[in-house]
Write a protein that binds this ligand. Structure first.
Ligand SMILES: NC(=O)c1ccc[n+]([C@@H]2O[C@H](COP(=O)([O-])OP(=O)(O)OC[C@H]3O[C@@H](n4cnc5c(N)ncnc54)[C@H](OP(=O)(O)O)[C@@H]3O)[C@@H](O)[C@H]2O)c1
Length: 328
């Protein structure tokens, strides 16, 4: 599998996502999923303190605890690059500012306890908040790094300009900068500003892509399979066009109603035939080919989907393939 160099570590170019741990995976199945992806060369696991909040019998820390159960007593913790996130606003009030020293310390402490480890490799702020105090947040994160609780810091759902603002502040004050970024990004056309959902979640904007490429930041992409959009389109009809129309009629397109996704699905169908791979494999290649530090995080509702998404991890799309997908 392709790798990404990050602060002296060699990371797999694909990460395991874990929002489904506790919802679609029992603790045993979660351990099996981790073992499976590791056998395929994946060494990055992405979680967050809030994951599991919507699981039956779950709650905050549920996903992390399943990973902690897997890690407990293992001697190979160092071979896993463990990513978690904190300071998520309350679910019922996403505008509420939890980017405070008190909340950051509380969340990290809980995460370390859940994960049964004394450090995380990469710690993300899960959301931005314009009311946050830059000195308080960057100072607290720097303290986490200095104390060894966290080896690198990242910003999730921040706009590029905000990350640059924070890193300028860090450089001027001798503090640790953000070296990673996490955002929604997939092969589907999607503009979060046109969707009513959670206003604290951001999707990649085409004009930001070159900025990230130049920045050298590690870019982790969530909802990287567009919730399985292209796989579901292909499964819904004999052709991509028919599948798109059938999925649209059944309400299955959800937030991906953009008509360009019908054209993209037809392009994906052609690329699946060209490379003899699945739509999910094309979706992974679309992102890993976007730059040397772009890492899709795989969501799934079972190991068969993970196996499918990981079935051609080194596939490289050509410029013509990108033009076909994006309609350039
Ligand atoms: N930083 C953030 O704010 C943030 C937000 C969201 C997620 N994340 C992270 O990113 C990870 C991935 O996000 P996500 O779960 O939204 O991603 P995703 O990969 O787009 O979506 C997962 C869903 O897509 C479908 N799917 C995935 N692979 C498939 C395949 N090969 N064939 C058919 N369907 C497939 C499944 O849908 P069905 O369940 O319908 O089968 C699965 O539940 C999460 O687990 C989490 O670690 C971070």
């Amino acid at each position: 599998m392709k790798t990404i160099q990050f602060q002296g570590r060699e990371l797999s170019a694909i990460a395991l996502g874990t929002t489904a741990f506790g919802k679609r995976y029992s603790a045993d199945q979660a351990a099996e999923a981790i073992e499976f992806v590791r056998s395929q060369g994946v060494n990055v696991i992405d979680t967050a303190r809030v994951y599991g909040f919507d699981a039956p019998d779950g709650g905050f820390g549920y996903s992390e605890s399943m990973i902690g159960r897997y890690l407990a007593g293992r001697s190979d913790r160092e071979s896993i690059f463990l990513v978690t996130k904190g300071a998520h606003p309350p679910m019922e009030d996403r505008a509420f500012n939890r980017l405070t020293e008190k909340d950051l310390r509380f969340d990290l402490e809980q995460s370390l306890r859940n994960l049964k480890t004394d450090y995380v490799d990469l710690y993300f702020l899960h959301r931005d908040n314009p009311q946050m105090d830059m000195a308080e947040v960057m100072g607290t994160l720097h303290d986490f790094v200095k104390k060894g609780y966290v080896r690198a810091i990242g910003a999730s759902n921040w706009r590029f300009a905000r990350i640059m603002e924070a890193n300028k502040y860090a450089a001027e004050h001798g503090l640790t900068p953000f070296t990673a970024f996490q955002i929604e990004w997939s092969m589907a056309k999607y503009d979060e500003s046109e969707n009513p959902g959670d206003k604290t979640q951001f999707a990649m904007k085409p004009e930001e892509i070159p900025l990230y490429r130049e920045s050298g930041l590690l870019v982790m992409c969530y909802t990287s399979q567009a919730s399985g959009l292209f796989s579901k389109i292909m499964a819904a009809g004999p052709t991509a066009a028919a599948g798109y129309d059938a999925l649209k009629a059944s309400g299955g397109l959800k937030k991906y109603q953009d008509p360009d996704n019908r054209r993209r699905a037809i392009a994906v169908e052609q690329l699946c035939a060209k490379y003899k791979v699945s739509p999910a494999a094309i979706g992974v290649a679309y992102l890993t080919g976007m730059g040397p530090s772009v890492m899709p995080i795989l969501g799934s509702s079972g190991i068969a989907q993970l196996a499918d998404s990981l079935s051609a991890p080194d596939l490289q799309l050509t410029e013509e393939d990108y033009s076909l997908i994006e309609g350039r």
